[in-house]
Design a protein around this ligand. Structure first.
Ligand code: ZN
Length: 343
């Protein structure tokens, strides 16, 4: 059994973290906790990031923060996860290494294998720290506005979202994420900062981290929280087992499903009934499956095939769309929500 070693670095000095984020990660050498003392040392806020090695905005923000040498208002406890996957050539390209599991699917029983044991260690540590809140920074694989995700909606989750976005997705999907594991312990939010590789996503993460680290109180701006719009229980749309997907401007005849190449522009946008998402081979809806958090099949309610085109069967908001075929197959294609008349 390979050993899980998680490093620790207390109060790193600006001159010790390297000149680039890559140099910083090389110095970490593996998953690491970084502890920064606050002006008020009686309280701690937690940050986790890089649970996915190809989502750099959170760790870039932490690196910039360390380089600035700024003392946070309260203690910060930062966990940086998949350092090895992030450093693997060509850099920030691998969600996880080929022989490893997706770390952010391992935060539940039975905590087996290297990633499972690491996840259990992170949970134990977070419970011992008992922070005021936890923000887990991610990037989307497609281009997208920033948004928060929570498994438990309350005013604290809205307040954490308001630090960087006014969109909050509320889901009961159980995937084994860190957020799910911590929801009963303290306010926890997944911060999706926008597409990986987009400079605006890095700025979003930096803005969020700065506000989070420097706020005297996280909970005293109800006027900002009130502007956060919530989207409840999006339906997960995945490819049927064994089917293939590609992205193009028109139907690609050698794959089962072609999704529009420009599909990621739909993120958080509304499609009207009959609007085209892509094209299917064989004129059949059997290539996609849409399931809600209760596991109910919603495919026929949400989609239809018209002359080989995959269309939405009712006005729907599209979210978390990827245009990366690998992620589309291994995770899901996108999420959607019927647009209710009350919206
Ligand atoms: Zn992620």
């Amino acid at each position: 059994m390979s050993q899980v070693t998680t490093g620790e670095w207390a109060n790193p000095k600006a001159q010790d973290v390297g000149a680039t984020v890559e140099e910083f990660l090389t110095r970490l050498g593996g998953p690491t906790w970084i502890f920064l003392p606050g002006q008020d040392p009686s309280r701690t806020r937690a940050v986790t990031t890089l649970l996915h090695g190809n989502e750099p905005s959170g760790v870039r923000a932490i690196f910039q923060w360390l380089r600035s040498g700024t003392r946070p208002h309260v203690n910060l406890a930062c966990f940086i996860g998949a350092v090895d996957a992030a450093l693997a050539e060509p850099g920030f390209a691998h969600r996880h290494l080929p022989d490893c599991r997706d770390l952010n699917r391992c935060f539940r029983m039975p905590f087996e294998g290297r990633e499972g044991r690491m996840a259990a260690g992170v949970l134990d540590r977070l419970r011992a720290i008992n922070p005021e809140a936890l923000i887990d920074f991610h990037n989307t694989s497609g281009r997208s506005p920033a948004y928060g995700v929570t498994t438990r909606l309350g005013e604290p989750q809205k307040a954490l979202t308001a630090l960087f976005s006014d969109h909050l997705i509320v889901t009961d999907l159980r995937l084994g994420t860190l957020m799910e594991a911590m929801e009963d312990d303290f306010p926890t939010l997944t911060a999706e900062c926008g597409g990986a590789g987009d400079a605006r996503s890095d700025e979003t993460a930096m803005t969020a981290l700065r506000s989070y680290a420097m706020a005297k109180s996280l909970w005293n701006a109800p006027h900002r929280s009130a502007q956060v719009k919530t989207f409840h229980h999006p339906i997960r749309v995945s490819l049927e087992a064994g089917k293939q997907v590609a992205y193009g401007a028109s139907s690609l005849f050698d794959v089962d499903l072609t999704l529009r190449k420009d599909a990621e522009q739909f993120n958080f946008g509304v499609l009207n009934q009959g609007e085209t998402l892509g094209w299917v081979r064989g004129d059949s809806l059997g290539v996609v499956v849409a399931r809600d958090a209760k596991g109910r099949d919603r495919t026929r309610e949400m989609f239809a095939v018209v002359d080989g085109r995959l269309v939405v069967a009712q006005p729907a908001r599209i979210m978390m769309m990827t245009t990366n075929p690998h992620i589309a197959v291994s995770d899901c294609l996108f999420y959607c929500l019927p647009v209710s008349s009350s919206e």
